[in-house]
Design a protein around this ligand. Structure first.
Ligand code: FES
Ligand code: FES
Length: 83
């Protein structure tokens, strides 16, 4: 059996709370293999994954998905609770 769609690695079954700044961009790791979770460190190269850019609209806390299975990437939508 082959699966053309690469599956991400679950970095952790919980979101990462990050203090973000309005107007600043962040690159969320979609593959789950970055050592700098929840953000991309380039480890995805050659894996078919790419980071997802997120630009904060306002200052405050953002909850970035750590399980990589969210339906609202890059933010947590609670799906980690049913993994
Ligand atoms: Fe995971 Fe870049 S290291 S998307
Ligand atoms: Fe992935 Fe919550 S950490 S959905």
């Amino acid at each position: 059996m082959t699966d053309a769609t690469p599956q991400p690695t679950c970095a952790q079954k919980a979101p990462y709370p990050v203090q973000v700044e309005a107007g600043k961009s962040y690159f969320w790791c979609s593959c789950g293999n970055s050592a700098k979770q929840p953000f991309c460190d380039g480890t995805h190269k050659g894996s078919g994954f790419a980071p997802l850019k997120y630009t904060a609209e306002k200052d405050g806390q953002a909850w970035f998905c750590g399980c990589k299975a969210t339906g609202k990437a890059p933010l947590c939508d609670g799906r980690h609770k049913v993994l």
